[in-house]
Design a protein around this ligand. Structure first.
Ligand code: ADP
Length: 240
C-alpha cells in the first residue's frame, strides 16, 4: 500500500501555540504523523493533549505555526484560501460526536447536501445518495427527518454524508461518545467496512480522535498524544 500510493496525509514537525491574553498555550510541540490510504488510525490521549488541534490542521480548517502538511503527496503550503476550501470540500469528510445533521432536511437531503453544493447533476446525485444510504443500511429511512432516528442511525447518516463525495480522508471527532455500547460497536463495524472497502467510493482513510477504548481496539493503528507530543512512536514507524 505504502509503496504504490503517497500517504493521504503527512504532518511533519508541527508546532502550534495558542495565545490567551498575555499567556501562550503550546498545543503541538513537534508532531509527525502519517496517514496511509485505507487505514483507520486512532488519535488518543488525555483532554488538552492536542487531538482537536491536529484534527483542525488535518482537516485544513486551521494552520500550524511551523511544520509542513502534505495532502495526497502535495504540500499545501502556498495554496490560497479558495484552493484549501475546494480541497477540503472535495477530499475530506467529517464526522462529529453530535452528528451535526440539518434537522429540517430529510435523511436523503442531508446525505445529498455535499453533492448539491459541489454542483453534481441531480440524476447522478439521486443515484449516489440511494447507493450510499443502502451501504449504511438506511434505505428505508431516506425520507425521514433526523429527529425520527436513533442515535446510531443518525451517526450512520453522518457517515453516509461524510463518504458521499468519495473522500480520501474522513476525520472523526469522538464519533461514538454519544452512543451506547451496542450501537457504538455497530457504528464502528460500519466505519471499518467503509474504511477497508475497495472499489469506487471505498477505501477512505479514517483519522479518529477518541477517548473510547472500543474505538482504539478496532483501529489499525493508534497514536497517543500527551502535552502536544506523540508518546508512542513504535506503531508509527511500522508503516512509514
Ligand atoms: P484535545 O482535543 O486533546 O482536548 P486540544 O487540541 O483541544 O486538545 O487542546 C490542546 C491545548 O491547546 C490545550 O491546552 C487547550 O487548552 C489549548 N487550546 C485549544 N484550543 C484553544 C484556543 N482556541 N485558545 C486557546 N487555547 C486553546
Amino acid at each position: 500500500m505504502a509503496d504504490r500510493h503517497p500517504p493521504v496525509l503527512r504532518l511533519q514537525k508541527l508546532h502550534k501555540t495558542y495565545r490567551l491574553g498575555l499567556h501562550t498555550v503550546p498545543a503541538l510541540q513537534g508532531v509527525d504523523l502519517t496517514v496511509w490510504p485505507g487505514e483507520m488510525l486512532a488519535l488518543t490521549g488525555p483532554s488538552g493533549s492536542g487531538k482537536s488541534t491536529i484534527l483542525n490542521i488535518a482537516g485544513l480548517i486551521d494552520q500550524a505555526d511551523a511544520g509542513s502538511v502534505a495532502f495526497n503527496g502535495r504540500d499545501i503550503q502556498g495554496l490560497d484560501g479558495t484552493a484549501l476550501t475546494l480541497l477540503r470540500r472535495d477530499a475530506i469528510g467529517f464526522i462529529f460526536q453530535s452528528f451535526n445533521l440539518v434537522p429540517v432536511m430529510t435523511v436523503a437531503d442531508n446525505v445529498d447536501f455535499p453533492l448539491f453544493l459541489a454542483g453534481v447533476p441531480a440524476a447522478e446525485r439521486r443515484q449516489r445518495v440511494a447507493a450510499q444510504l443502502a451501504a449504511v443500511g438506511l434505505s428505508d429511512h431516506a425520507q425521514h427527518r433526523p429527529d425520527a432516528l436513533s442515535g446510531g442511525q443518525r451517526q450512520r447518516v453522518a457517515i453516509a454524508r461524510a463518504l458521499i463525495k468519495r473522500p480520501k480522508l474522513v476525520i472523526a471527532d469522538e464519533p461514538t461518545a454519544s452512543l451506547d455500547s451496542h450501537t457504538a460497536e455497530q457504528v464502528l463495524d460500519l466505519m471499518r467496512e467503509c474504511c477497508h472497502a475497495s472499489g469506487e467510493g471505498g477505501g477512505a482513510a479514517f483519522l479518529i480522535a477518541t477517548h473510547d477504548h472500543r474505538v482504539v481496539r478496532r483501529c489499525d493503528r493508534v497514536i497517543t498524544l500527551e502535552d502536544g507530543r506523540i508518546l508512542d512512536r513504535a506503531t508509527e514507524t511500522l508503516t512509514s
